[in-house]
Every structure is written in structure tokens, then in C-alpha cells.
Design a protein around this ligand. Structure first.
Ligand code: APR
Ligand code: PHB
Length: 391
């Protein structure tokens, strides 16, 4: 088999990369080791920065989002039993969109198939080879048959647990990492969310987030221990914590829980994001804690940079944009890391015995609730810094 760009992984990064390339007349094949149903059903975060929303619309894959998503102008911060509204639209002139990641995955898969593009699901034994040559190869097994996909470039879009990052030559990657002493237990509930827009709650018992998927489906998270299992969180315990952390502010309606997950919290970056003709994009290169809601947006930013660089290679024989890929991506990645870390450190209990930390966090939240400058800083980062693409 032969194609121009071989893409490992059909998550938001791989699917968006294929779509961007297709629009430039560049051929790609996506290899995904899970089934289509699995990819379309996996519930993850679902918050789009303004430019990501605009991008989906501009690329012709935003029609269902425009009908079904929830467009938010701001959000709430809750501490000391008081809700404070941050009006992003007024502060920085843009907002955010709530639209489940799996809905975007469904829309991008449907578009790709309508465009006649190839996605091979349920491939096995994927491995990448000859990265330092002009004809890198992806080996895989599909339908019981071993194949070689020879390409010009490989998009390593296979997430944090994928095979592309471990295929870099020994010693080629520097890893920057931070683990947090907590995770989130998250539920999807058949009940209305307590507010029209998100509530980020700081409480002496730990963080809680009140978000949503629709006016009748709440998505709720509470801070838990890092090694907790869903079995540690029976439904009644989750509701009890949510009621306590939202106490006196809004009435929380309980509903049937239709999904429950524990998410570990991690900050992770590798540098560089390129080895020869292999380019990492999205979670394969970096992970942010979900507090800043940046994961999918960073994946889109990476593939925008990559698609532009590949297009310049075919159109104008340019290699400078390919060479600059890591540098350009990592500038944005590190700003998103900083912001995600900042939101996380402000809103979670790290050490429950440390009263100094709690006083400091409450002061930071008080500053945010009362300072226009602090609110602009949060709003600018949360709704998305401008995407900078090299000429
Ligand atoms: N071979 C083929 N496919 C693989 C392999 C492999 N060896 N390993 C993983 N994959 C697939 C996964 O099954 C998954 O569908 O790669 C895909 C990676 O997708 P994501 O994990 O969603 O990563 P990415 O596309 O970078 O997502 C970006 O969106 O919702 C957020 O949390 C998500 O922050 C992440 C962001
Ligand atoms: C979500 O809707 O799942 C969500 C929103 C904001 C976050 C994290 C998750 O910071």
C-alpha cells in the first residue's frame, strides 16, 4: 500500500489532520486499532475554544455542532459559598462551545467517509519504520493480513498510550512531567445541569466541576484520590459530595448515572515532537490536566501547523515549515500547560493538612473574582489564545 500521509489513530488529532490534508488535495490513510463504535462512543471532555469552533464551521464539519452544541459566553467560579460569574464575551469578545468529543469524532468520521477517504479500523500490531528516510513505513495487520503502508510522512496521532512516541530513537526525547496527588471521578447523569453555564467549584473537601452535554444531561466531576477506582465511588457517594460542594448555591437535581470514569491528572510534554518523517500531534506528545479544558484544542492546533507544513512541502517544495513544526507547536503547548497547571493549582486541595495553601488559594480566587485584569487573563486563555501559524 502507498499513500502520501499515513496517520496512526482516529481520535480528534488524526481525523482532523486527514480532513485538513484532504482539503488541500493530499491523500492520507488512517490506521486505528479500535472499532468505529468504540471511537464514537468514548466519552471525554468536550469544550472547544472559540477558534476551534470557528475552524470546524469554516472547514464544513460544523453543521451538527451549530445545531446541537451549547454556546457559552462565560462561566462561574464558586468558593466560600458564593458564585462569581466571569463574562468572557464582555472581557475578551469570545466564548466557548460545549460539544462532546465523541460528537466531533462522529462528525469527522462521517465527513471522511463521505469524502471517500480511508480509515482502517481494528488494525493490529502497528509499528513505524524507516523514519529517517524519505519513505517511512507503517507495518500493521488488518483482517488477518500483514501490510506495509509506504508514505512520505507519518502523523503520530495515537494518543498517550500509542506506539509512535516510543518509536523515537533512544535518547531523542526529553520528557517533562508532573503528576498530581488527585484525580477526577466523572459522571454523565440524566438530569439538568445546575446552571446554564459551567461552575468550577473550590471547596475545603476538594474541587468539583458542574458541566453538561445538553439541557437534560449533566456532566459532573469531583476531586478524588489518584488511585481511586470507580468501585470506590458508588452513586450515592458521588451525589453526596456534589451536594456538599454546591451547598447553598444551586439546587442539584439527581438523575440516572449513565457513565462513570476516574481520570488521572497529569501534565506531560515531550520535546521535540518530530523524528525524521514522523510527527507527533495531540495526546501522543502532550497531556494537560482537564481543568483548563485544553486537550482537544491543542490537538487541533498541532494538526493545523502540521497540515500547513505538509502542504507547503508538496506545493512549494518547502521543508522549513516541517523543520519548524516542534518549535511552533511547543510554544502553544507550553502556554496551555501553564494555564492548565494554574487552573489546577488554584482549584484543587493538594494537601488537606496545609491551612496556608487553602488561605492562599482563597486569596487567589478572591483576586480573580474582584480584579478585571485577573478576569481578562483567565478569559483570554480559557477561550483560546490566537492560533499563530508561520507564513
Ligand atoms: N495503533 C492504532 N491506533 C492507536 C494505537 C495503535 N497502536 N494506539 C492508540 N490508537 C488510537 C486510539 O484508539 C485512539 O482512537 O489513537 C487514537 C488516539 O486518540 P486520542 O486518545 O483521542 O488522542 P488525540 O486524537 O490526540 O486526542 C486529542 O481530544 O478529547 C480529547 O482527551 C482527548 O485530549 C485528547 C484530545
Ligand atoms: C466537560 O464538559 O467534560 C469539561 C468541561 C470543562 C473542563 C473539563 C471537562 O475543564
Amino acid at each position: 500500500m502507498r499513500t502520501q500521509v499515513g496517520i496512526v489513530g482516529a481520535g480528534p488529532a488524526g481525523l482532523m489532520l486527514a480532513h485538513l490534508l484532504h482539503q488541500q488535495g493530499i491523500e492520507a490513510v488512517i490506521l486505528e486499532n479500535r472499532s468505529r463504535a468504540y471511537c464514537e462512543g468514548r466519552i471525554r471532555a468536550g469544550l472547544l475554544e472559540q477558534w476551534s469552533t470557528d475552524l470546524l464551521i469554516a472547514l464544513g464539519v460544523g453543521a451538527r455542532m451549530q445545531r446541537e452544541a451549547m454556546f457559552h459566553d462565560g462561566n462561574y467560579v464558586l468558593f466560600n459559598g458564593e458564585l462569581h460569574y466571569l463574562d468572557f464575551r464582555e472581557l475578551v469578545g469570545q466564548g466557548v462551545t460545549i460539544y462532546g468529543q465523541q460528537e466531533i469524532v462522529k462528525d469527522l468520521i462521517a465527513q471522511r467517509l463521505a469524502d471517500g477517504g480511508q480509515i482502517l479500523f481494528e488494525v493490529e500490531n502497528v509499528s513505524v519504520h524507516d523514519l529517517d528516510t524519505e519513505k517511512p513505513r507503517i507495518r500493521f495487520r488488518h483482517g488477518g493480513i500483514d501490510n506495509d503502508l509506504v508514505c512520505d510522512f507519518i502523523g503520530g496521532c495515537d494518543g498517550f498510550h500509542g506506539i509512535c512516541r516510543p518509536s523515537f530513537p533512544a535518547g531523542a526525547l526529553a520528557t517533562y512531567e508532573r503528576e498530581y496527588p488527585f484525580g477526577w471521578v466523572g459522571i454523565l447523569s440524566e438530569s439538568p445541569p445546575p446552571e446554564d453555564e459551567l461552575i468550577y467549584a473550590y471547596h475545603e473537601r476538594g474541587f468539583a466541576l458542574y458541566t453538561m452535554r445538553s439541557p437534560t444531561r449533566a456532566r459532573l466531576y469531583v476531586q478524588c484520590k489518584p488511585d481511586d477506582d470507580v468501585a470506590d465511588w458508588p452513586d450515592a457517594r458521588i451525589w453526596e459530595e456534589l451536594h456538599i460542594r454546591l451547598a447553598g448555591v444551586r439546587k442539584l437535581e439527581e438523575g440516572r448515572i449513565i457513565d462513570k470514569v476516574v481520570t488521572p491528572m497529569r501534565s506531560f510534554v515531550v520535546e521535540p515532537m518530530q523524528s525524521g518523517r514522523l510527527f507527533l500531534a495531540g495526546d501522543s506528545a502532550h497531556i494537560v490536566p482537564p481543568t483548563g479544558a485544553k486537550g482537544m484544542n491543542l490537538a487541533f492546533a498541532d494538526v493545523m501547523v502540521l497540515a500547513r507544513a505538509i502542504e507547503a512541502f508538496y506545493r512549494a517544495d518547502r521543508t522549513d515549515l516541517l523543520d519548524g513544526y516542534s518549535r511552533v507547536c511547543l510554544r502553544r503547548v507550553w502556554k496551555a500547560q501553564r494555564f492548565s497547571w494554574w487552573m489546577t493549582q488554584m482549584l484543587h486541595r493538594f494537601d488537606f493538612s496545609n491551612a496556608f495553601d487553602m488561605r492562599r488559594q482563597l486569596a487567589e480566587l478572591d483576586y480573580l473574582a474582584t480584579s478585571h485584569a485577573a478576569q481578562i487573563t483567565l478569559a483570554e486563555n480559557y477561550t483560546g489564545l490566537p492560533l499563530e501559524l508561520p507564513e
